[in-house]
Ligand binder design. Sequence first.
Ligand code: 5GP
Length: 140
Amino acid sequence: MADTIFSKIIAGEIPCHRVYEDDKVLAFLDINPLSRGHTLVIPKELAVIIDQLSDEFAAAVGRVLPRLSRAVLRATGATALNVLQNNGVDAHQAVMHVHFHIIPRYADGAGLGIGWPARQLGADEGKQLAATIAGYVAET
Ligand code: 5GP
């Protein structure tokens, strides 16, 4: 995997507004925030998208996400937020290093705008698809 801007931030070669760091995780403010307090949480593991992330580093990120979310809410006064995680160019990923966005949502609408073109899940489709996914979960 190629180095990205986030590798350089982890290495301290590029500055950031750091809000949290431990041996496996770094969190810092997004340089182009969607809303005030927009924070990025990244594992210190070279993984492009989430299926490449080890259980160890995934657990490390998961362990601090609630604490970081609480801190962002307290610091900003926002009462809602989205945790967003883009995987792949088609899913809007721009930096090819796994990262989680914590994006506060405000009453004036500032925050993440979401398109959600939902449809009804058919009973047969649901049964088959769940069984297929469950099979692969058991395999990996
Ligand atoms: P993505 O679309 O890949 O999920 O989001 C990447 C995020 O990284 C964007 O929100 C962008 O503003 C942020 N970003 C890109 N380069 C830098 C940087 O050098 N410093 C910081 N703090 N954030 C960055």
